[in-house]
Each structure stands twice: as C-alpha cells, then as structure tokens.
Design a binder for this molecule. Structure first.
Ligand code: NAD
Length: 353
C-alpha cells in the first residue's frame, strides 16, 4: 500500500499534547498570546463569515457547531454544555475543532479544544476587561469555581493586573479546589461563603456558574457603580445569571449580537435594546467605558472567531515542536479520480499479506 502524501497527513493535538504545549509556553503567557491573537482578529472583524452557532438543544444540555472563515482559513468547533454532567464525573463543557485551508478545503489541524476553550474564554474575558474595566482594578470576584475558574482568574492577573481574587461557589468543595489550584500563583486568594462577601471591594465581577435556568447570581442591589461585570456562564436560551435590572442600567458589550440576543443575558431584554460590539471598541469605532461610575457588562457567550484565532495560534505554535501526531485522515489516491483503484490495490495488498 502506498503511503499518504504530506498534505494528506493532518496534525492532531491530543489533550496530552495540548497540556504539554501550554506548560511549555506557560499557562499565563499562553492566555496573553491568545488574547493578542483574538484582539488582532477582532480588529479585522468585517473580513470574517459570521453566523450564530448551530445549536441542538435537549432538556439537560446543548451540542453546538461554531464555524467561521476569513477567506484563507476555515475553522469550526464542536462543543457541548451539560451542567448536570459533573454529577456523573463528566465535564460540563468539552470540545474539539478543525482548521482548514480554504484554497484546497483540506484540514490543516485537528485539535482537542476543551483546554483550549477554557484558555480562549479566559483570554477573551481579560481582553474585554482590559478595554472596559476601571484601569485601577486590582480585585476580582469569581463566582462559580468550576472548570473555567482558575483560567479566568489567571488571565485577569496576566492581562489586567488583578492582585486579589475572591471566590464563591454554592459547592464549597469547588471553592476549596479552586483555592488550592491558585495557591502560589501570585494572587491573593480569599474563599468566601456568600456571593455578597465575594463581591466586597471587587472592581471586576466574573460569574461563571452552570445551571440550565434563569438564575439570579447577582441582584441589582449587589452591584455598585463603576464595576465591570464579566458574565460568562449564561450562554444558551433559558440560561442566564444576572437580574434583568442590572442589564437595564449597564453599558452592555457583546461579541456577535445575532448570537448573543439568543443566548446571552440580553435574551431577557427587548430585541432592539442597544448593545455595543466589543470589536468596535477594540477597533476604535465605538466608545468603551463612558465614565468612572458606569457599570459595564461583557455579556460573554463565546463566538466562533475566538476559536478560529485559538486554532490558528496553536497551529503556529506547533511548528518545530513535537506536540502533535500526524493523522492519516484524508484519502490520497495517486490518481485523484481513482479512489476505487486505491481500494482495489489495498485489497490486493491485504490478500498478499
Ligand atoms: P462547571 O460545571 O465545571 O462549574 C460551574 C460551577 O458553578 C460549579 O462549581 C457549580 O457548583 C457552580 N454554581 C452553580 N450554580 C451556582 C450558583 N447559584 N452560585 C454559585 N455557584 C454556582 O462549569 P464550567 O466549565 O466552569 O462552565 C461554567 C459555565 O460557563 C457553563 O455554563 C458554561 O456553559 C459556560 N461557558 C461559557 C463560555 C463562554 O465563552 N461564554 C465558555 C465556556 C463555558
């Protein structure tokens, strides 16, 4: 049997290889680099194909496909969200993705994206906070101390200079896990027993809880002037974290409005409620924080361009490393129109063997 050509071998990054790559670069450095990659792609936002993600809902979760292209590369992510999974020892969010060359349609990378999603989500949060949060923010509250939490805290430290993180979760075991993982990483870590205690003195409040319902993690009276809220956990229809009154007085910033209106906190508002797109703030086309007293809200749901940026960044980082294996994924007959002949030759080779 003939061996496949170089183009037919697709680099595959397993979970093990992704961890080795991230540790090689450094987890905080990786998130800083991802934030720069996302920021650069947000600056050229109009070049991308954009569509709300394609979601398949069940009573207990969602499976989604997130495609985009800049005309040179095409990328998509497969991702799920199942808040009750952790009760069975499974993760709430898992993902993998593909990057392809638009000129040939051939994939150039296939990668795990569970770890990469946590990194890119945290990088996007910190990027939004860099543009919207008060400049002197040094304290953040982290409400929801599950799989995403440590990434969120460390990205805010690396990109925004956060020095203290105040943790709260309805499950104290999650807070203990998060405190232990963050120990010795240069943050003052305070474990709290209520959400009210967690937000004391915080200029950045991140909510990253998982529950498929209209939850009220923050009520209006809990949020003082000048605070930046980073609402990460509400990311599908019927799943929100903030009381509607907070939204009515906040400056709201989103990724892609047609998707966020379906999935984000703003699903609670009228469909024409004004929002600002984050890319417009980054590119200078729109104002970010208006004044020191304004409550700013990044209504994060996760958009395909962030995954595209992350896949392209990983693709670049892989060059010259051994942190991948090559998958024989694309059928590669010597004569491209003789696919059946390739099968016949394989049959003959199997018979001889
Ligand atoms: P997880 O299940 O690992 O952690 C969620 C945590 O929230 C758990 O520890 C749980 O005890 C806690 N929690 C639930 N209800 C709470 C409440 N009322 N108050 C305080 N804590 C509460 O999930 P995860 O992987 O960390 O993801 C969290 C959420 O973020 C999910 O809803 C997920 O869909 C979402 N998410 C969003 C993005 C994005 O880009 N916006 C990306 C990844 C994940």
């Amino acid at each position: 049997m003939s061996s496949p050509s170089r183009q037919a071998l697709v680099p595959f990054v397993s979970v093990e290889h992704m961890m080795r790559l991230v540790l090689h670069i450094g987890v905080e450095q990786m998130m800083v680099d991802l934030a720069h990659a996302i920021e650069a792609d947000f600056r050229r936002w109009p070049e991308f194909d954009k569509t709300p993600r394609v979601a398949s809902h069940s009573d207990i979760g969602v499976i989604e496909l997130m495609p985009t292209s800049d005309g040179q590369h095409y990328g998509f992510k497969y991702v799920n969200g199942h808040p009750s999974n952790t009760r069975q020892g499974l993760q709430t969010v898992t993902a993998f993705g593909v990057l392809a060359d638009v000129a040939t349609g051939y994939p150039v990378l296939i990668s795990e994206m569970t770890i990469l999603t946590a990194l890119r989500t945290a990088a996007t949060s910190a990027l939004a906070a860099k543009w919207l949060a008060p400049r002197d923010a040094r304290v953040m509250a982290m409400i929801g101390n599950g799989a995403q939490a440590e990434f969120q805290a460390l990205a805010m430290k690396a990109l925004c200079g956060i020095e203290e993180v105040r943790l709260y979760d309805i499950d104290p075991a999650a807070t203990r896990k998060c405190s232990a993982n963050l120990a010795g990483r240069g943050l003052r870590v305070i474990a709290c027993t209520t959400a009210e205690e967690a937000i004391l003195g915080a200029q950045i409040i991140t909510t990253c809880t998982a529950d498929k319902q209209y939850a009220t993690i923050l009520t209006d009276n809990m949020v003082g002037g000048g605070v930046h809220i980073n609402a990460v956990g509400g990311d599908c229809p019927g799943k929100t974290e903030l009381h509607r009154d907070i939204l009515l007085r906040a400056g709201i910033f989103v990724e892609y409005p047609p998707q966020t209106r379906i999935e984000g906190e703003i699903q609670q508002l009228d469909p024409d409620h004004p929002v600002t797109e984050l890319w417009q703030v980054i590119s200078g086309a729109a104002l970010g924080r208006r004044d020191a007293g304004q409550v700013t809200l990044f209504d994060s749901v996760g958009f395909a361009i962030e995954d595209f940026s992350a896949l392209r960044h990983v693709h670049q980082c892989l060059q010259g490393t051994g942190f991948f294996q090559e998958l024989d994924m694309i059928a590669d007959p010597d004569d491209p129109r003789d696919l059946f002949g390739m099968l016949c030759r394989a049959e003959a080779a199997v018979r001889v063997a």
